[in-house]
Design a binder for this molecule. Structure first.
Ligand SMILES: C[S@@+](CC[C@H](N)C(=O)[O-])C[C@H]1O[C@@H](n2cnc3c(N)ncnc32)[C@H](O)[C@@H]1O
Length: 284
């Protein structure tokens, strides 16, 4: 499992995340603004906060006075603290799936006098967990009554490219599905049901995908980079981890052969594209 998660420490992946962050900021902002509306002295928990950049982006507002970020990788949590820590931001190393997670969280809350969180944010993390429903259920108790859980997750079932005569989108989405390093890529659409099953109220799906029209070449280029640029490297890494796996070797070759053709089709002036990205909120 550590091999899988290690990808988040790599510099290239951090750069890709940075690009994803600035692109997504625009898409997400109205939803976070809605959740933050009217809040005063809010307390936020950000699970899987990576190096803290997005945590600060999302919750730097004056409406929030305490932000706790937790991250599986110690060096990322340390980096988050040295870049953004102090003041209202505090980052900790913790595994959200470990049995001791609730105790650690209670200790942290005690230090800061937090009785419950106004917002618990889990974005692009559930797809990497063994049991995402379990974490959603456990975290409900850490929200204040009326507090909101915010989730952003990929779902390739909502991804489209039109036209796609060669079937390249379908082919690459299938490669994504077989990429064990990129998590469960069809999880986003299941999050609303998971939240309802855990007893969250007012479950709202704010968006199922981000789209670009035929004329938005720049936007399509960015979307392609965010959605597919990591794929070849993932399969190279998987071939190193599992040298005997013939399917990974075949897919790696097919990606190398077809990536540029796919990029041209995706960004072509007559092509419309959508990438599945499900943004959901639920209230305790
Ligand atoms: C794709 S990044 C998402 C970062 C950020 N939340 C965002 O929205 O861009 C996933 C992060 O979750 C962390 N993570 C994965 N499993 C975790 C766990 N069980 N406990 C805490 N963090 C975890 C990874 O190490 C990684 O930094």
């Amino acid at each position: 499992m550590d091999k899988i998660r290690d990808v988040y420490k790599q510099e290239k992946e951090l750069l890709r995340l940075a690009m994803q962050q600035s692109f997504l900021k625009e898409e997400e902002e109205p939803i976070y603004n809605r959740v933050l509306e009217g809040m005063e002295h809010g307390a936020v928990l950000d699970i899987g906060c990576n190096d803290g950049t997005r945590t600060v982006d999302r919750f730097g507002t004056d409406r929030v006075s305490k932000v706790i970020g937790v991250e599986y990788h110690r060096e990322l949590a340390d980096r988050a603290n040295s870049n953004h820590g102090g003041g209202k931001f505090h980052f900790y190393q913790a595994d959200a799936e470990s049995s001791g997670f609730e105790d650690s969280l209670e200790n942290i809350m005690e230090i800061f006098g937090i009785e419950g969180f106004d917002i618990i944010n889990i974005s692009f993390v559930l797809m990497h967990l063994k049991d995402p429903g379990k974490l959603l259920s456990r975290m409900k108790n850490f929200l204040k009554p009326g507090g909101t859980l915010t989730s952003v997750e990929t779902d390739d079932r909502f991804s489209r490219m039109l036209p796609d005569k060669e079937g390249r989108m379908k082919q690459f989405l299938e490669f994504c599905r077989k990429d064990m390093l990129s998590g469960r890529r069809r999880l986003g659409g299941d999050v609303p049901d998971m939240l309802e099953l855990c007893g969250y109220q007012d479950v709202l799906v704010h968006s199922r995908c981000i789209s670009a029209s035929a004329s938005e070449k720049n936007r399509k280029e960015q979307m392609f980079e965010i959605a597919f640029s990591w794929l070849l490297e993932d399969f190279e890494q998987m071939c190193r981890i599992y040298p005997e796996n013939q399917e990974y070797a075949r897919i790696k070759t097919e990606i190398a052969e077809n990536y540029e053709k796919f990029r041209i089709d995706f960004t072509e002036k007559s092509t419309e594209v959508s990438c599945g990205l499900v943004m959901v909120t639920g209230v305790r």
